[in-house]
Design a protein around this ligand. Structure first.
Ligand code: FE2
Length: 253
């Protein structure tokens, strides 16, 4: 009997192993275009995914080790489970243990992404990167310690999406190389769990890496529609622990 997780990975493999990336250079904004019909089928299937399909134990979201010694030992604010990954895509679970847990602003160079909430509700704040906007001196002057102006990335704040556990494909968050490529994700409920499909995945094999982004910088005299994001490799207080995947086997040939 095939399982939803098997079907989801098989469909992702079919889609992401065949679509063509038109740029081959250092430009991280791949112009790859995915077939809309295939993406709709993927989103509808992804929307059906539940905790039961991956055998995720909600006790794993407990913020402390239980039964705890004294004093109680806190666990990481976020737990991470890799369900499947190859050179074409990754399927990953993030469990938010606390209302203050968050995945800080980060980018997805040249990637497509799909996000499904499978427990509680999550907030996704997204930014779209702008090209060819020189950094105004008014912005540079705000951060005199900045050694490289290239670390300032112009963007448009797209907005905040709240997505909840729901089997409607409209509740699947999306990003592309050109749109909503930077985001921050946090739980809206006390705890929450999300799954994401990313293509190509963050791996050495695909030469994919990513940056975090710090404070947003404005100048009231400038174009308020542009948000300047400060790029960094430092993740500040973000850390996860990892859980092994305990769901059904996934076999792709
Ligand atoms: Fe992300």
């Amino acid at each position: 009997m095939t399982t939803i997780i098997q079907n989801l990975c098989k469909l992702s493999q079919n889609i992401f192993s065949t679509f063509i990336r038109t740029n081959g250079g250092s430009n991280s904004k791949s112009m790859a275009v995915l077939d809309e019909q295939n993406i709709l089928i993927l989103k509808k299937l992804f929307a059906q995914l539940t905790l039961n399909d991956i055998n995720f134990d909600l006790n794993e979201l407990s913020p402390t080790i239980s039964p705890s010694p004294t004093p109680s030992l806190s666990l990481a604010p976020i737990t991470y489970t890799s369900i499947f990954q190859n050179e074409y895509f990754s399927l990953t679970i993030f469990g938010f243990r606390k209302p203050t847990s968050r995945i800080p602003l980060h980018d997805h160079p040249g990637m497509h992404g799909f996000i499904k909430c499978i427990y509680g509700s999550i907030s996704i704040k997204s930014y779209t990167i702008l090209d060819n906007v020189p950094v105004p001196n008014e912005i540079l002057n705000k951060i005199p310690e900045l050694s490289n102006p290239l670390c300032l990335v112009p963007s448009i704040y797209v907005g905040e999406d709240i997505i909840s556990i729901n089997d409607n494909y409209n509740q699947i968050g999306t990003l592309t190389p050109m749109d909503r490529n930077i985001h921050e994700i946090r739980p809206v409920t006390n705890q929450a769990i999300m799954a994401d499909i990313i293509s190509p995945p963050y791996t050495k094999l695909t030469n994919s890496y990513f940056y975090y982004y710090l404070d947003t910088i404005y100048d009231q005299h400038l174009d308020k529609n542009i948000t300047w994001l400060l790029r960094t490799l430092d993740s500040r207080d973000y850390y996860c622990d990892t859980l092994n995947y305990r769901g059904p086997n996934i076999i792709l040939v």
